[in-house]
Design a protein. Structure first.
Length: 387
């Protein structure tokens, strides 16, 4: 694997919460192949099948099943494995599910994050914490331009509100750490040692291995495999679509910068797509249908006036990451869709028994291709010392 991220993860102990989920599994695979010692802490996979199980990740990293709300259990895991970096991705991630079970959503997303931060506060080995929230943390103002990191937080439904509350919790721990360690002695230290704390807000992530319900591209890919048309709820909704590896590269590079300069990067960060023009749900599905080719069953639009409200227009501005981290996306939205379809085609071959497809190797190949594209574009994290 290419020497990326300043080779900072080689030999590093890194803990990932939510490693059995879609993004967490991809992050764990990437870290493993960067030479990190990966410890995963999560509930069992949220879907059947799952990218975690298809890639047999429980045999490739340290896999620990546990609830993020169990403070004492997680503290014991930190003490046992001594990670230097914590990526917190565990969450209830589905907007429509949050309407069905708001209590679970708030418990997982808000109190779960607080439990992780509390455990980190009570230990002295963690140097960096990156908490992953969502592009939906912003107060819906129906803007056609991207939300910036300092725009108002909000949320008219449980998922968005829970993520905005999570951001406030992370910010409060960050400021308390800073006051305790940077502004003179206090009568009581807030924590055993200083920790660099940041949060990350990504766009609408697409990619292979996402089997969740109520997500437009996974629903369409499953429909293609089944040979049945998909029902589309909101074809005109605009979202900041990006391949899963785009924000993960941002999280990884952010943590490297925090390790190297612990005082400089501890805030909220947006990681969004390259496109400035609007890209709708219909655009995504039509592009995916073109890439799928023969046998694509298409889709039907079924507007539901009783459907749960969702933001009609959502875009994020990532100028801060561009200027201060020299970060940029490597794929266009069309390339992101193409990579997603390619992964699902490999999965279809596995399911049909047409070949002994190793999905872990498939994911590794996608990561290698993405890193090569980032290097071709001279994105800083992808450049080794000889570039």
């Amino acid at each position: 694997m290419m020497n990326c991220f300043s080779n900072a993860y080689n030999g590093k102990r890194v803990l990932v919460t939510g490693h059995t989920g879609f993004k967490g599994s991809w992050l764990s695979i990437w870290l493993k192949n960067l030479g990190a010692e990966v410890i995963g802490y999560s509930l069992e996979p949220p879907t059947q099948p799952s990218n975690f199980e298809l890639c047999a990740l429980d045999k490739k990293i340290t896999h620990i099943e546990g609830n993020i709300c169990d403070l004492e259990r997680f503290r014991q895991v930190l003490e046992q494995y001594q990670p230097e970096v914590v990526f917190h991705l565990a969450a209830q991630p589905i907007v429509l599910t949050s309407y069905q079970d708001p209590h679970l959503t708030y418990q997982s997303n808000v109190m779960g994050t607080i439990s992780i931060l509390e455990a980190v506060r009570q230990t002295d080995m963690v140097k960096v914490f990156v908490g992953v929230t969502s592009d939906k943390v912003y107060k819906d103002q129906n803007w056609y331009w991207g939300y910036r990191e300092n725009d108002a937080l909000g949320g008219f439904e449980p998922y968005s509100a829970s993520k905005a509350m999570t951001e406030l919790a992370i910010a409060s721990y960050r400021s308390s750490w800073r006051q305790s360690w940077n502004q003179g002695p206090l009568s009581v230290r807030f924590s055993k040692s200083p920790v660099a704390i940041a949060s990350a807000r990504a766009g609408n992530v697409i990619g292979g291995g996402d089997f969740a319900d109520f997500r437009i591209l996974p629903d369409f890919m499953k429909a293609c495999i089944a040979g049945e048309p998909m029902t589309m709820r909101n074809p005109s909704s605009i979202r900041p679509w990006q391949h899963v590896l785009e924000p993960l590269s941002g999280y990884l590079w952010l943590a490297v910068n925090q390790l190297q300069q612990p005082e400089q990067f501890n805030e909220a960060w947006n990681f969004g797509p390259a496109e400035r023009e609007p890209v709708t749900c219909k655009d995504i599905i039509e592009q995916a249908a073109d890439y799928w080719g023969a046998g694509c069953p298409g889709y039907e639009v079924r507007q539901n006036t009783n459907a749960a409200r969702e933001m009609g227009v959502l875009r994020v501005n990532w100028d801060m990451a561009a200027y201060r981290l020299s970060w940029a996306p490597a794929y266009s939205w069309c390339e992101a869709v193409e990579e997603t379809v390619l992964w699902w085609k490999k999965y279809q071959s596995l399911e049909s028994g047409r070949g002994a497809t190793d999905m872990y190797e498939v994911c590794k190949d996608h990561i290698e291709a993405y890193m090569a594209r980032a290097k071709d574009r001279h994105i800083l994290w992808a450049m080794d010392d000889k570039s």
